[in-house]
Design a protein around this ligand. Structure first.
Ligand code: FE
Length: 257
């Protein structure tokens, strides 16, 4: 399949290059470069679609199965699973010890298991140590507890800078840690996926698990954020909206290259 079937504005098909030819016959099809002017697909989308079309055409994959998989991870599985795990570790010392010893089993005991979560490790933030997770090679991520990775997690700048200058990356996310706090960077792989357990916010004594879970953001479980302050769970006096509900549409936010 040629990429011309998936118009792109990538440099490989410069706008105008294919449309500028002159011919005399009448037709109503769009030229590739005409489509490119309206295409929202980037080069990676084009490649993915081309690959998927090829696999489907050859009968290697079932499009319905792919759709089901995507639907599952987009709508049912997500950071609320990880937040429940973190909240339980905050209130149950026995569970926390289990999570430390055998994260895969402890997480599975809450019903969260499956693809990309077969071998989990939990790393615990403390005033002494802050953990940050990256996949330097591609986009390995613990799907059963966090859902699908955000765009920035897969970006080349995040993948390279998280290792080279983790504090600068954290600063891009608005996170300034005390100098005395060491930053440890964990490289997720196909073999092992990490879940960061953020520190329990002060002022949450006596809170039950479900209320605590609302303070646990996706970013806090990757290490690019902290758990929210307790007042984030209370309605904003101005809007009546819970602040934790607004957190954190950062999917499109990538650190500076
Ligand atoms: Fe990866």
């Amino acid at each position: 399949m040629s990429t011309e079937e998936f118009p792109t504005d990538s440099p490989a098909t410069p706008a105008g290059a294919l449309a500028a030819h002159d011919h005399g016959h009448a037709h109503d099809h769009a030229h590739p470069a005409e489509g490119a002017a309206h295409s929202h697909l980037d080069a990676m989308d084009v490649r993915v679609r081309a690959l998927e079309s090829l696999l489907v055409a050859k009968g290697y994959v079932d499009p319905a199965a792919i759709d089901r998989l995507i639907e599952t991870y987009e709508t049912r599985v997500g950071p609320h699973h990880g937040a429940a795990v973190v909240a339980r570790s905050w209130v149950d010392a026995g569970f926390r010890a289990w999570l430390e010893r055998d994260a895969t089993a402890a997480i599975a005991s809450m019903g969260f298991s499956g693809r990309q979560g077969e071998h989990m490790a939990a790393v615990f933030n403390s005033p002494r140590e802050h953990h940050l997770v990256v996949c330097t090679l591609c986009s390995c991520y613990p799907w059963p507890v966090l859902g699908l990775p955000p765009v920035w997690y897969k970006s080349a700048p995040y993948r390279s800078r998280a290792v080279r200058e983790p504090r600068a990356v954290l600063a891009d996310f608005g996170l300034q840690l005390p100098e005395a706090t060491a930053v440890r960077v964990w490289d997720s792989t196909a073999e092992i996926r990490y879940l960061v357990v953020p520190m329990r916010p002060a002022g949450t004594d006596g809170w039950e698990e479900s209320r605590l879970a609302r303070l646990v953001t996706r970013d806090s479980m990757i290490g690019t954020g902290l758990a929210l302050a307790p007042d984030a769970c209370e309605p904003d006096p101005a809007t009546g909206e819970r602040r934790s509900a607004r957190d954190p549409g950062r999917d499109e936010r990538a650190p500076r290259p």
